[in-house]
Design a protein around this ligand. Structure first.
Ligand SMILES: [Zn+2]
Length: 98
C-alpha cells in the first residue's frame, strides 16, 4: 500500500495528513452549500484536505466509503466556514457529508 501519488502533507497548515475514510455519495446532489461556487472556491484555497464526502457519480456500487488523506486543521476550517456561511444548514447536516 505504499504505492501512492496522493498528497501526504498539507502545505497550508504545515502538517502531515492523516488517513481516514470518507463517505461516498451517489446520484444527484442538490441543495447543499458544498455545491456552491463560494464553497468550492473556499475549499480550494482554505481547506483543501477535508473529509468531505466523495462523489460516486451515477454508478451504483456497494462501496460506501473510500480512503483519503485528510488534514485535521482543514477539517476544522471547513466546519468553521460552513457554520459561518451556512449556519442553518450546518445545524442539521453532517459537516463531513454533502
Ligand atoms: Zn490543512
Amino acid at each position: 500500500m505504499t504505492r501512492s501519488l496522493k498528497p501526504t502533507y498539507c502545505k497550508l497548515h504545515q502538517r502531515v495528513l492523516e488517513k481516514t475514510r470518507v463517505k461516498i455519495v451517489y446520484g444527484f446532489i442538490a441543495g447543499t452549500p458544498k455545491c456552491s461556487p463560494d464553497y468550492l472556491r473556499a475549499r480550494g484555497t482554505q481547506f483543501p484536505h477535508t473529509d468531505d464526502a466523495a462523489l460516486g457519480g451515477c454508478l451504483v456500487r456497494a462501496q460506501r466509503s473510500r480512503p483519503r488523506m485528510v488534514c485535521p486543521d482543514c477539517i476544522d476550517a471547513r466546519n468553521e466556514w460552513l457554520k459561518e456561511h451556512c449556519p442553518t444548514w450546518a445545524k442539521t447536516h453532517d459537516l463531513d457529508g454533502m
